[in-house]
Design a protein around this ligand. Sequence first.
Ligand code: KG4
Ligand code: ZN
Length: 336
Amino acid sequence: MLVLGIESSCDETGVALVETAATGLPRLAAHALHSQIAMHQAYGGVVPELASRDHIRRVLPLAQAVFDEAGKRLADVDVVAYTRGPGLAGALLVGAGVACALGAALGKPVLGVHHLEGHLLSPFLSADAPEFPFVALLVSGGHTQLMRVDGVGRYEILGETIDDAAGEAFDKSAKLMGLPYPGGPWLAQLAEQGDPTAFKLPRPLLHSGDLDFSFAGLKTAVLTQARKLGDDLQARKADLAASTQAAIIEVLLKKSLAALERTGLQRLVVAGGVGANRVLRTQLNAACARRKVRVHYPELHLCTDNGAMIAMAAAMRLQAGMQQPTEVYAFDVKPR
Ligand code: KG4
Ligand code: ZN
């Protein structure tokens, strides 16, 4: 079965082809991505209407590119999958509309996929794929969750953020420091030259005894610190970046370890854009190695949004018999 996957929930247009096999995991045949980051940078964040229009421009040329790369034709597709949500309504509608139009034209079924399930299952695209069950730390720009994952579609939320997501904490703090959008990778890069112990910043809910997160207070503390520094901010920016990153990572690390302890599981999967963070990976790897816990990540270039994870999630759901694709082409999206 050949699954075409389309991702358009925010500021990346992603298209991919994933092929299922009689045994084993589905395999990525080709994927292509266009990031709109450069376009939105001038505005300091994603402009939804510009995002939608750019998805329209990019999606079919990207689809053509994946068919060329995989040596397949449109007629070879068995199922068309798209991101149904969460995301920006207009942006989602482009992917959903294109997927349903292709499905209708080909007479092939379509399948709407949850964006976070795409992130969650993205490590199955890597050579070092995990095995069920595992604890998942899902850290993206919009979500921060710890989950117990027993199989495809068998997810139990153990804890989640009560306000900002971890990626949001990176992005908002970076913005306060005058770094470009999206701030996460920029802040991480700046932090490499800074002292993570330079500023005392809060570790919200670190000792709350549950597995929830809160990052809104951290952003306020960074703002207060930046104001206090005044003209010195420029000179101390790397230290503030390193201290902010250290605060976010310490909470993510401790809560992940607590989730492993609570579930008794020996396997951790880290997914979502923040999972690309080098210091987070280094610290998680070291802490998990001491506990004989295996850690799995998606490949670095598949941490942020992409079509491969959407095609993969659809293929895995179909293979597990979790869902039937439909031949009803009245599309809907779920922004929230
Ligand atoms: O998963 P993703 O592409 O989009 C959502 O579904 O939200 O995640 C994007 C988030 C942004 O907040 C971005 O700043 C963050 O991931 N991010 C990083 C790094 N790379 C991306 N945060 C920290 N360190 C990084 N290296
Ligand atoms: Zn995402």
